[in-house]
Ligand binder design. Structure first.
Ligand code: AR6
Length: 169
């Protein structure tokens, strides 16, 4: 299954599903989350509010994923997942791996053929980029799926280089 690495902005990707590194409120934030809501418009937030009201009154738990419309984005769907905050004391890598697995599962349920991921948890949530990249690439490779393309969209050259190392290793 082809993995592509792209240096760029996830909001501009022409794929069926883009993954959002959200927080459990699903009501927006900074980083990728802010960029997706800004570029996609208010339809995404309206759908997130509906999900909160109907399915996740206490918020989306870490490691899980849910889909909404992509509003004005070129993609068809946004798959929102909540990465774990990095901890030096506790190994939370299982939760980060779960973000990738669950996002792939939700995308497959929707009928998506192509998906773009950001480096979940590697910004505000403080995950060291090399480790985040290793978990991202390793998990996606180990998860059986029928997708035509899985794209990692890295926002800066350092992140791109980390994913290149992870993909080569
Ligand atoms: N396209 C691709 N990657 C991006 C973009 C973009 N437009 N913008 C930032 N990145 P982060 P997290 C990179 O902080 O660590 C939010 O406030 C960024 O450089 O977006 O999972 C949420 O609401 C970094 O490498 O996500 C949560 O509260 C990576 O995307 C919290 O941040 C992830 O950074 C989630 O933190």
């Amino acid at each position: 299954m082809p993995i592509e690495l792209v240096l760029g902005d996830i909001t501009e990707q022409r794929v069926d599903a883009v993954v959002n590194a959200a927080n459990s409120s699903l009501l927006g934030g900074g980083g990728v989350d802010g960029a997706i809501h800004r570029a996609g418009g208010p339809e995404i937030l309206a759908a997130c509010r509906e999900l909160r009201a109907e399915r996740h009154p206490d918020g989306l738990p870490t490691g899980q994923a849910v889909a909404t419309t992509a509003g004005r984005l070129p993609a068809r769907w946004v798959v929102h997942t909540v990465g774990p905050v990095h901890s030096a004391r506790e190994d939370r890598s299982g939760l980060l791996a779960s973000c990738y697995r669950e996002s792939l599962r939700v995308a497959a349920e929707l009928g998506a053929r192509t998906i773009a991921f950001p480096a979940v948890s590697a910004g505000v949530y403080g995950w060291p980029m090399d480790d985040a990249a290793r978990i991202a690439v390793g998990t996606v490779r180990a998860t059986p799926n029928e997708l035509d393309e899985i794209r990692f969209v890295l926002f800066d050259p350092g992140a791109y280089a980390a994913f290149e190392r992870a993909a080569a290793g």
